[in-house]
Design a protein around this ligand. Structure first.
Ligand code: PLP
Length: 357
């Protein structure tokens, strides 16, 4: 069976097998990683290896902290203004590209002034707004965008060039391509797509941004506190951290983010080209902004949606239902989804079209 879930998403099979094997007896200890202290030497080794592997995968420069955080990416929607609005004006620039950007914007507005520099609203969020028409604020504490909108299937094919610290919610496309980390002030990502199980989020924060927090910041949202405590100010989700580490190891063995990027191109191109050739399926997203991770598509006759989903499940193609807010279908093609999964999907879609169109 192939799992196209948008999140929590499929994990690489070798990772699951290793975790299964180690569940009752982790390295001869007679217990699992979940059952040892997060302060023990053996867990610290897991934590440090995970961090180093992520640093290697993304070529993270030494002047950035790597944090393993709790509360998902949603907590970071609040953490971003809390950590960056403490110095200068409480003003931030945001690109409004869809539902996740909207959630980040709403949260930031609770703490300061948000300037929407660009929005995809005029075309129902079916494209990533370009930089031509921006008006950046002179006094912005930071500039925030969402490189991949998981629900809309819209991905930016460029990194904004801005004069203040650039902050990115990379929840659904981190580790799918090389990124110039040095162009960013802060990168954050919930784990449950390309990193590991839910319950942990990764933060990559440039050192000079650790001293800009608003007074009264909750301890649990402070990047500085997390950095000083090695992301262990309180008990971290150790099992999720360990699994993330196994995923990073697996990724390195697969050839790293360069290999993932090539694979993402092949998978998404195969599906988009098939959709574009067909009169029965269509994708609402503009070609230059199509996500390589989340492919939304609709059937010409929505009365067939239910039957499509029933038959695709039966064929072992799982979780193709679109987000509840937009309907239709969505195939998520994260790193753990193999090319064969997309080949099987395209073959099923062609067959369904032949039988039902
Ligand atoms: N940002 C993006 C782009 C997402 O796709 C998601 C979840 O799917 C979130 C934020 C929210 O993440 P979490 O559920 O970990 O808070």
């Amino acid at each position: 069976k192939f799992n196209f879930c948008a999140g929590p998403a499929a994990l690489p099979e070798p990772v699951l097998r290793q975790a299964q094997q180690e569940l009752l007896d982790w390295g001869g200890r007679g217990c699992s990683v979940m059952e040892v202290s997060h302060r023990s030497a053996e867990f610290l080794e897991v934590a440090e290896r995970a961090e180093q592997d992520l640093r290697d995968l993304l070529s993270i420069p030494d002047n950035y902290k790597v944090l393993f955080l709790q509360g998902g990416a949603t907590a970071q929607f609040s953490a971003v203004p809390w950590n960056l609005f403490g110095v200068g004006d409480k003003v931030a620039d945001y690109i409004h590209s869809g539902q996740w950007a909207d959630k980040a914007i709403r949260e930031a507005k609770r703490y300061g002034q948000v300037n929407i520099v660009a929005s995809g609203e005029d075309r129902s969020f079916t494209y990533a707004p370009g930089a031509e028409s921006w008006t950046q604020s002179d006094n912005a504490a930071y500039f925030h965008y969402t490189p991949n909108e998981t629900i809309g299937g819209v991905e930016f094919d460029y990194v904004p060039d801005v004069t203040c610290p650039l902050v990115a919610d990379m929840s659904s496309n981190i580790l799918s391509r090389p990124i110039p980390v040095e162009k960013f002030g802060v990168i954050y990502a919930g784990a449950q797509k390309n990193i590991g199980p839910s319950g942990i989020a990764v933060g990559i924060v440039r050192d000079d941004l650790l001293d800009r927090a608003m007074e009264g910041i909750p301890r649990s949202l402070s990047w500085k506190v997390a950095a000083e405590a090695g992301s262990m100010d309180n008990t971290p989700p150790t099992f999720a951290w360990y699994l993330a580490g196994l995923v990073f190891r697996w990724l390195k063995g697969q050839g790293g983010v360069e290999a993932m990027s090539t694979l993402a191109d092949r998978k998404s191109t195969l599906l988009y080209e098939f959709i574009d050739r067909s009169d029965f399926y269509s994708c609402p997203v503009e070609k230059s902004s199509r996500s390589r991770m989340n492919v939304p598509f609709v059937l010409a006759d929505e009365r067939l949606d239910k039957e499509f989903l029933r038959q695709s499940e039966e064929a072992g193609l799982l979780n193709l239902k679109g987000h509840r807010s937009v309907g239709g279908m969505r195939a998520s093609l994260y790193n753990a989804v193999p090319l064969e999964a997309v080949e099987a999907l395209v073959s099923f879609m062609a067959d369904f079209e032949k039988r039902c169109a």
